[in-house]
Design a protein around this ligand. Structure first.
Ligand code: NHR
Ligand code: GAR
Length: 201
């Protein structure tokens, strides 16, 4: 059984998609905890309702990123996870934290990386005038939004799109590719070898 800890900051719809897929498809996995850096994250409610242990480590309680990441790591380690899943988690993580979870931490980013790293990706896409946009699942490395790419989904940018309509089209695809990637990891079909993505049979 692969033990998974999911980190969120808000709505948690990707977390929900993963929790639902794990149950519906009977993955050999256990969602050990959902941890948020914000007390008011909506996703915490869903986790509680589903009997998943929740915890909050508020970045506001720590004066440095190192102190916050140390506290976050301590909380995560209570659940001894094999995999840490960032699902709309909004704090940049320090090199020491990322190194501890090397090869066992995934993120979904709402753009076709390496285009539009950082925040406000849908606005960035509309400003750039790209015809296609999407989402990327990647292993997390110290280099923000530049870790080895696991999966991508492409959606068209349509005339009349706003950040909201575009975000929704991308989010629907996130809910497809993120659970699929996590499933591959728990089935031992996805790993990071020498900083390259390995897919097994
Ligand atoms: N940490 C590392 N080291 N590497 C990555 O690839 C990471 C990461 C932490 C989070 C998610 C990422 C995204 O998918 C992610 C990838 C937050 C910010 C950010 O600027 C940027 C990228 C991502 C997440 N955060 C601000 C900060 O100062 C705070 C913003 C806020 O609190 O609202 O940490 O987009
Ligand atoms: C998702 O679109 C995710 O890709 C994005 O935020 C949304 C979270 O939604 N992540 C980031 O922008 C990370 N910086 P959710 O909380 O409903 O999963």
């Amino acid at each position: 059984m692969t033990s998974i800890v999911i980190l969120i900051s808000g709505r948690g719809s990707n977390m929900q998609a993963i929790v639902r897929a794990a149950a519906a498809e009977q993955w050999p996995a256990h969602i050990a905890a959902v941890i948020s850096n914000r007390h008011d994250a909506q996703g915490l409610e869903f986790a509680r309702e589903h009997g998943i242990p929740v915890a909050v480590v508020s970045n506001k309680d720590y004066s440095t990123r190192d102190a916050f990441d140390a506290a976050l790591q301590e909380e995560i380690e209570r659940f001894s996870p094999d995999l840490v899943v960032l699902a709309g988690f909004l704090r940049i993580l320090t090199g020491a934290f990322v190194a501890h979870y090397a090869g066992r931490m995934l993120n979904i980013h709402p753009s076709l990386l390496p285009a539009f790293p950082g925040l406000a990706t849908h606005r960035q896409a509309l400003v750039a005038g790209v015809k296609n946009h999407g989402a990327t699942v990647h292993f997390v490395t110290a280099d923000l939004d530049h870790g080895p790419i696991v999966a991508q989904a492409v959606v068209p940018v349509l005339s009349g799109d706003t950040e909201e309509t575009l975000a929704l089209r991308v989010l629907e695809q996130e809910h497809v590719i993120y659970p699929a990637a996590v499933r591959s990891f728990v089935e031992g079909k996805l790993a990071l070898h020498n900083n390259k993505v390995w897919f097994g049979a």
